[in-house]
Design a protein around this ligand. Structure first.
Ligand SMILES: Cc1cc2nc3c(=O)[nH]c(=O)nc-3n(C[C@H](O)[C@H](O)[C@H](O)COP(=O)(O)O)c2cc1C
Length: 303
């Protein structure tokens, strides 16, 4: 029997494949297409203190090299999540990771406390890196602010904390180190890369927000490089790698670069069962290669 389970902080995943926040809704949207219990973990859309309407449309467009989105963190707020979304997710035998977003430290702490009290949430992914809202990246570009935020969250909850890093920085390692030093159990990387696109006939930006986050296979080499860099510098903290993963082979590259787990995002829009297909493909690869434990792959390219 091949072992596919991995550990992220206090969390044990049956396989290393999660969903990318914002690309899988709150689980119920996808539950007809696949069995949520077959996922390593279900990461839900960013949740904020108050409901958010998001940005004006058009806010998601396809380019020749990936999609650009500027959704702007639309969600129903924490009360709605706890009352309406969480009971649905609790029916499944799958770790639930809630992605949090706020304007200031107090917002994140409030959300962490509410979700810890609510029960049935296994980990919090701290989104310090959304490029599509005002001040969305303030924390992620400043190691000092990241340290302050994660320190406050560490005091507020015993839940596994995963800090989600931005690629829109010069030195991703320093922000990752600040989060780790402050007590984050894991890091996830990467969020989208800031980009834009122009309609040449209308002479107008294609997104109402002008800029958006680029995702999909175009960003995979960048994401992979960042995972490898952070793993080299901080070998003891588990990483969740994401950015352009479409197939099991993509995911295995991330594991070899140092990720303990991976998340599938944009690929889900093309193939709703992409995350499960990736998990099955990893298992098949291990069997074919005669590897009896997926953990043997983690960081193997650096050894
Ligand atoms: C439409 C869309 C919405 C997203 N919303 C969120 C979000 O709410 N919170 C978050 O942390 N990341 C969000 N992301 C980023 C993804 O979780 C992921 O980090 C990124 O897309 C890179 O992975 P991919 O190339 O596999 O999509 C979103 C991405 C897309 C495409």
């Amino acid at each position: 029997m091949v072992n596919t389970s991995v550990k992220i902080g206090k969390l044990t995943l049956r396989n290393p494949v999660m969903t990318g926040s914002g690309t899988f809704g709150f689980g119920s949207e996808m539950s007809e297409a696949l069995d949520l219990s077959a996922l390593g973990a279900c990461v839900v859309k960013s949740t904020s203190r108050e409901p958010r309407l998001g940005n004006p449309t058009p806010r998601i467009i396809e380019t020749s090299s990936g999609i650009l989105n500027a959704i702007g963190l639309q969600n129903g707020g924490i009360d709605n999540f706890i009352e309406e979304k969480l009971p649905f997710l609790r029916q499944y035998d799958v770790p639930i990771i809630v992605n949090l977003v706020g304007y200031e430290v107090a917002d994140y702490v409030y959300l962490a406390e509410r979700l810890t009290e609510a029960g049935g949430v296994h980990a919090l992914e701290i989104n310090i890196s959304c490029p599509n809202v005002k001040h969305g990246c303030d924390f992620a570009v400043d190691p000092k602010l990241t340290f302050e935020l994660i320190t406050a969250l560490r005091k507020a909850t015993d839940l596994t904390l995963i800090t989600k890093l931005s690629p829109n920085v010069t030195d991703v390692v320093s922000v990752g180190r600040a989060a780790a030093d402050a007590g984050s159990d894991a890091l996830s990387l990467i969020n989208t890369l800031l980009g834009t696109a122009i309609d040449i006939r209308k002479r107008k930006f294609r997104l109402a927000n002008v800029t958006g986050g680029l995702s999909g296979p175009a960003i995979k080499p960048i994401a992979l490089r960042m995972v490898w860099q952070v793993h080299q510098a901080l070998p003891n903290i588990p990483l969740v790698g994401m950015g352009g993963i479409v197939t099991a082979n993509d995911a295995i590259e991330f594991l070899l670069a140092g990720a303990t787990a991976v998340a599938v995002g944009t690929a889900t829009f093309i193939n709703p069962t992409a995350a499960i297909d990736v998990a099955n493909g990893i298992e098949k690869f291990l069997a074919e290669q005669g590897i009896d434990d997926v953990n043997e792959l983690i960081g193997a390219v650096t050894r």
